[in-house]
Design a binder for this molecule. Structure first.
Ligand SMILES: NC(=O)c1ccc[n+]([C@@H]2O[C@H](COP(=O)([O-])OP(=O)(O)OC[C@H]3O[C@@H](n4cnc5c(N)ncnc54)[C@H](OP(=O)(O)O)[C@@H]3O)[C@@H](O)[C@H]2O)c1
Length: 260
C-alpha cells in the first residue's frame, strides 16, 4: 500500500494525458501528492481533463504535438525553467490506426506511426533523463506498450512493430540508465475500457468484434483505466525501487494464450 504522500515534492510528466489511460494516470499521481504536467495536443481537451482532477491538486497542462522533435525540446526547456526537475516520466501517448493488409503500409504511415508511438517516447526519455542526471535524481520512466506487441494480429503490423520497438527501446534504456539509478519499465495493457471502446460498442459490427475479443480475456473483462494506472504508479514508486527493464502485461491473461 502506497502512502498518500508517496510522490509529494516530485514532478511527474504524463504524455497523452487528456483522456483515457493518461488522464487516469495523471489523476492517481496527483492524488498521491505529485506535481503533474499533463501533455497532449489540444489545450481545450487538456483543460477539461484537468477539471476532472481534484481542484487542490498541483496540475499543469501543456499543449504539444509530441511527434515533432523540436516540440519535445521546447516542452522540456519549459520543464527545466519552470519546475527545475522531473522525477517520473510516463510515455503514455500512442495512436492506434486503422486495419491494413501487411503490404499496404506506405512510407508516410510508417513514419507517422513510429514518430507518434516510438520516437516521441525515445526523445522524451532522452530529455527527461538529461534533467534527472543533471539534478542527481533517481527517477523512474514508465512506457505504455501494448498487448499488440506480444499477441500478434493480422492487419496491425505497423502498430505492433511500433509497440514492440518501444518495449525493446525501454529495456535498452534501462541498461544505459541503471548507472544513474534511473529505472525504465513498460506497462503493457490489453484491451482497456476507454472512450474509444465505448464508441466502438455503438456500432453493431464493431460491437461483435469487441465481444469476440472479450471472450479471449481469461479474467473475463476489459482492463479499467485504473488497472493500468495502478501498475504505472507502482512501477514509479519506492516499492519498485529494484525493478527495471520489466515488461508488465496488465491484460487479464490476454497474452498468455487462449482459454477455449
Ligand atoms: N485503450 C486500449 O485498449 C489500449 C490497449 C493497449 C495499449 N494501449 C496504449 O495505451 C496508451 C493510451 O491509450 P488510450 O486508449 O487511453 O489513448 P487515447 O484515448 O487514444 O488517448 C490518446 C491521448 O494522446 C494524445 N495524443 C495523441 N496524439 C498526440 C501527439 N502527437 N502528441 C501529443 N499528444 C497526443 C491525445 O490527445 P490529443 O488528441 O489532444 O493530442 C490523448 O490525450 C496508448 O499508448 C495505447 O497505445 C491502449
Amino acid at each position: 500500500m502506497l502512502q498518500t504522500n508517496e510522490f509529494s515534492g516530485k514532478v511527474v510528466l504524463v504524455t497523452g494525458a487528456s483522456q483515457g489511460i493518461g488522464l487516469e494516470i495523471s489523476r492517481q499521481f496527483a492524488q498521491l501528492g505529485a506535481e503533474v504536467i499533463m501533455v497532449a495536443r489540444h489545450e481545450e481537451k487538456l483543460a477539461q481533463a484537468k477539471a476532472k482532477i481534484e481542484p487542490n491538486a498541483k496540475v499543469h497542462i501543456r499543449a504539444c504535438d509530441l511527434s515533432d522533435r523540436e516540440n519535445i525540446r521546447d516542452l522540456f526547456r519549459l520543464v527545466r525553467e519552470d519546475l527545475g526537475r522531473i522525477d517520473v516520466l510516463v510515455n503514455n501517448l500512442g495512436a492506434f490506426s486503422e486495419k491494413l493488409e501487411w503490404n499496404a503500409i506506405d512510407h508516410e504511415l510508417w513514419m507517422k506511426t513510429l514518430d507518434t508511438n516510438t520516437l516521441s517516447a525515445y526523445f522524451c526519455m532522452v530529455e527527461a533523463a538529461d534533467i534527472m542526471v543533471a539534478n542527481g535524481i533517481s527517477g523512474a520512466i514508465v512506457n505504455i506498450g501494448s498487448s499488440s506487441a506480444l499477441q500478434l494480429k493480422r492487419g496491425r503490423l505497423h502498430y505492433s512493430v511500433s509497440k514492440a520497438a518501444l518495449h525493446t527501446l525501454s529495456r535498452v534504456a534501462a541498461l544505459d540508465l541503471a548507472k544513474h539509478q534511473i529505472r525504465v519499465n513498460v506497462v503493457s495493457p490489453g484491451p482497456t475500457q476507454t472512450e474509444a471502446v465505448d464508441q466502438r460498442m455503438k456500432d453493431p459490427v464493431q460491437r461483435e468484434q469487441e465481444e469476440i475479443r472479450l471472450r479471449k480475456i481469461p479474467l473475463g473483462r476489459y482492463a479499467s483505466t485504473a488497472d493500468i494506472a495502478n501498475a504505472v504508479v507502482f512501477l514509479s514508486s519506492s516499492k519498485a525501487q529494484f525493478i527495471t527493464g520489466a515488461i508488465l502485461p496488465v491484460d487479464g491473461g490476454y497474452t498468455i494464450g487462449e482459454t477455449v
